[in-house]
Design a protein around this ligand. Structure first.
Ligand code: ADP
Ligand code: MG
Length: 379
């Protein structure tokens, strides 16, 4: 394989930005494609093609000018990845991986084909399908759009047929999934990277706390029994192999109140719950992605410290982040800000990693929460 000099990235968000920062450190030329000028990734990449994700002329230009193309976001047009494949441009992960992971039904069916449990679900294509879904799945349940959802968007928790009907009317999506609401002990995620020779590496299982569908905090490693952690990593490896993913990916899992592990989602890219790997491992999830797509050896992760990652969300009150000196008075904290101009309510604006010596206990979590509370958005 010809050695890579230029990497193309479809999508210009924070995941692309952190990928580009690592790729740049390793000497690569990075071109991103995003409709928004000066996107978070565009600010640190060598170049940005300003175009929508389904603009095939722009996608062709990206393919032509890159030695390999990847994407940092799964809600891009599948046709763009197929186009690159058809025209023999190198792109990874494949359109097959994207097709499965952007569709909640396909994702759950794939997990089941691998013999891995998921929450019970029934597809809803027409209002008439609801009665059957209620009979099979019951309540409480979550109704989700099959395509396009992220950060809890496009989901409705429902406890009765009346609520489900209202959600169905509000959803106005062609395809929905009616899913059992799982009583959760914990939410876990496994970040892994696989290369084209079927070699893979995985980070320790992480433990995630969400607030209204958006990741709020990640604790790494997860405070779970080693047998559960091993099973979670095995599940992620099975999925990676089955999909023949080349790159970094994430499997989100539910640990139910009766200690069963269920596959929730598969992300074909680095993941918010793996940001901590930048600060406390020798090779971040982004660098592993660079290595996988450039056909370089993967680096079995070493945890140099335990970590708590806190997301910094916008609140709509202003675009200037205040309290940074107070936050950084704690020397265990590493701050990352994504360069987004407007701190719209609940938008992911940045995060920090708090390095933790020894096991992560309630005092450490409280310290991270107190640190987050020092930050405010000002007009
Ligand atoms: N079936 C479910 N049971 C319990 N909690 C759920 C379920 N589905 C979603 N959630 C909660 O909502 C969050 C977001 O849902 P998810 O399916 O991961 O969608 P996305 O992350 O794409 O918005 C999950 O991390 C979890 O906290
Ligand atoms: Mg999710």
């Amino acid at each position: 394989m010809k050695s890579v000099q230029t990497i193309g990235v479809i999508g210009g968000g924070q995941l692309g930005r952190m990928f580009a920062l690592d790729a740049k450190r390793m000497g690569y030329h990075v071109i991103t494609l995003d409709p928004q000028q000066h996107s978070p990734c565009g600010q640190v990449a060598d170049e940005q093609i300003v175009a929508s994700y389904d603009d095939l002329a722009a996608i062709d230009e990206l393919g032509r000018r890159s030695d390999v193309v990847t994407y940092e976001f799964e809600n891009i047009a599948i046709e763009s990845v197929r186009y690159l494949e058809r025209h023999s441009y190198r792109v990874t992960p494949s359109s097959h991986v994207l097709e499965v992971t952007q569709n909640r039904l396909a994702e759950k069916r794939l997990a089941r084909e691998c013999g891995l449990p998921t929450a019970e679900f029934v597809p809803i294509r027409a209002p008439e399908d609801l009665a059957e879904a209620v009979r099979t799945v019951g309540f409480p349940a979550v109704l989700k759009t099959v395509l396009g959802g992220y950060d809890g968007k496009g989901q409705w928790r429902v406890e009765s047929t009346r609520e489900a009907e209202a959600a169905l009317a509000a959803a106005s999506a062609a395809e929905l999934i009616f899913e059992r609401l799982i009583p959760l002990r914990k939410e876990l995620s496994v970040i892994a990277t696989r290369d084209s020779h079927d070699r893979s590496v995985a980070y320790p299982v992480a433990e995630n706390t969400h607030d209204r569908g958006i990741l709020a905090m990640t604790i790494a490693p997860a405070r779970v029994d080693p047998s559960i952690a091993a099973e979670a990593r095995e599940m992620a490896a099975t999925i990676g192999r089955r999909l023949a993913i080349v790159g970094t990916y994430c499997v989100e899992l539910f640990l139910s109140s009766n200690d069963e592990l269920l596959v929730n989602e598969i992300a074909p890219r680095p993941h918010n719950s793996g940001h901590y790997t930048i600060d406390v491992t020798q090779c971040s999830q982004y660098e592993q992605q660079v290595r996988a797509i450039c056909d370089l050896p993967l680096s079995p992760p070493r945890m140099l410290s335990n970590a708590i990652m806190m997301n910094i969300l916008g609140d709509g009150r202003g675009d200037r982040l205040d309290g940074v000196p107070e936050l950084l008075s704690d020397p265990a904290i590493v701050l990352h800000v994504y360069g987004k101009r407007h701190a719209v309510a609940r938008r992911k604006m940045g995060h920090f990693t708090m390095l933790v010596d020894g096991p992560i206990d309630e005092a450490a979590i409280e310290r991270a929460r107190t640190a987050l509370a020092k930050l405010h958005w000002e007009a």
